[in-house]
Ligand binder design. Sequence first.
Ligand code: XMP
Length: 365
Amino acid sequence: MEDRSRGLYGVQWHPEVKHTPRGQELIETFLHDCAGLPDDWNASSIIDDQVKKIREQVGDAEVICGLSGGVDSAVAAALVHKAIGDQLTCVFVDHGLLRKGEVEQVKHDFVEATGIRLITVDAADDFLEALKGVSEPERKRKIIGEKFIRTFEKAQRQVLEEAGARGKEVKFLVQGTLYPDVVESGGGDGAANIKSHHNVGGLPKDIKFQLIEPLRTLFKDEVRAIGTELGLPDEIVWRQPFPGPGLGIRIIGEITRERLDLLREADAIAREELTKAGLDRDIWQCPVVLLADVHSVGVQGDERTYGSPIVLRPVSSEDAMTADWSRLPYDVLAAISTRITNECRQINRVVLDCTSKPPATIEWE
Ligand code: XMP
């Protein structure tokens, strides 16, 4: 309803919700025509605004940022780097549980696109050793989380020492917190809000740094727009959500190097076929899960095989809180299945997970 002469406007329902008919139009009319606000909230104005704020906040101190390989930390780092250049050092812990090509993406493509100073810690052997013989999901998560913190701390000491040698002090830590995270954690401010799901197991509770959170007021689609505006490659900007513990929670059973290599191959094939079919932006994510301790009988040529099944878990979702299984076209499923069983010798069966969340979760562990 409206009463223009008295400047009164009202709407029923939630115009900001995607499913409200004409919701966006209503909001735009209200903001621009009724309230008279300018239409100047876009990727480039957000960048200019944040660059100014970050420079004021940081002064000539130094800044550290942990990169996970995901969209949020990559965009946050690129934004801070645009503001303060070489005062920023990024740390990337390679825990050996990433997907095919992802380490290179961070070490080469990201660094090339931004010119950021990056310290990479290759901790794959360490993580594998710690995970030897472990198949219980929560223990896996705990081990990966704790190991991650210890490894990050070691790299952090190196950054502090190097800065000290230049006569500088590292005072700030960049976090890729988004607005939904702020809402979820009650909207409080600053250091108390470091949440474990931003990283593998969360950063240490007693960190001495002040936080820089340049994405704190933004939603994922805005973060992606900023990433593109900052020149980051599509493979990073449009990356599917990926859990901190990585492929470690997509191998049901013990995590070994061979099983990781096998899952990496199968996962890469599934991703390639989804991209080829133009479905990347339609699905939320598609975990590929190796049932390493389960075996099934198959036949290849004239031979009996006894291999592992692999599960495709394509889901559509708005926020991962709930999800529906994606009805992928049969042809795409067929292409993925044929290629995986042809190219990954130990896999002789591909199955589709057609369960929503709830009652299932997106990941299997
Ligand atoms: P679930 O399995 O709970 O997953 O339905 C919901 C979303 O969260 C991701 N996920 C994680 N992300 N650390 C993360 O950073 C984790 O430990 C973790 N576990 C699940 C999952 O990929 C999905 O997008």
